[in-house]
Design a protein around this ligand. Sequence first.
Ligand SMILES: CC(C)(COP(=O)(O)OP(=O)(O)OC[C@H]1O[C@@H](n2cnc3c(N)ncnc32)[C@H](O)[C@@H]1OP(=O)(O)O)[C@@H](O)C(=O)NCCC(=O)NCCS
Length: 184
Amino acid sequence: MKKLGTKRIETERLILRRYVMEDAEDMYNHWASDPEVTKYLTWPAHPSVDITRMLLQDWISRYEEGDYFNWVIELKSSGTAIGNISVVHLKEEIDAAEMGYCMSRTYWGQGIMPEALRAVMDYLFDEVGLNRVAACHDVNNPKSGRVMEKAGMKLEGILRQAGRNNLGICDHVWYAAIKDDRKN
Ligand SMILES: CC(C)(COP(=O)(O)OP(=O)(O)OC[C@H]1O[C@@H](n2cnc3c(N)ncnc32)[C@H](O)[C@@H]1OP(=O)(O)O)[C@@H](O)C(=O)NCCC(=O)NCCS
């Protein structure tokens, strides 16, 4: 893989870019403080914007690492930061990434995350040179599975009681795309 890091990506409606400290308020207000958004995630909703700022400081300091992939999703029409998409695990020995994403409730149901995930997958396969891009969701959060499906991933199976999120231990549904899928 090429260590190209978090490169700016544009889609029809979105700009995927590196975080800056000025994103803290949008991030906190629009998604990081909302327990409905974090319900199936591994981190608790932020109790204050100071927590968001501390996290952003750490994320921003890692952008010089070429194997760090973490984008804020900005809506072109308003310039608002509305969500996050990132590589949560990178397995360099097999050129594989696992994705994570979340977004402000205000914008659910408009196909925004599939648009972001498709664009990130294109980048990871075509420019970074990965061979496999995967993601998993709590069996009780099927709308995330729809995002994976719409972005071109295939269902691989369920790992029973293989994860933990804010609701406790859960079954994980796994999806992935591999380079060979994209030749068809
Ligand atoms: C999962 C998530 C990223 C989906 O993003 P999105 O941009 O709304 O995705 P889509 O518009 O393609 O909608 C996906 C599915 O969500 C469901 N959905 C759509 N609008 C919805 C709404 N307002 N409320 C609840 N579910 C809705 C639909 O089933 C849709 O599938 P369909 O297009 O086949 O009908 C978003 O809901 C989210 O941020 N959830 C909280 C964080 C999270 O669960 N992350 C994933 C962890 S694995």
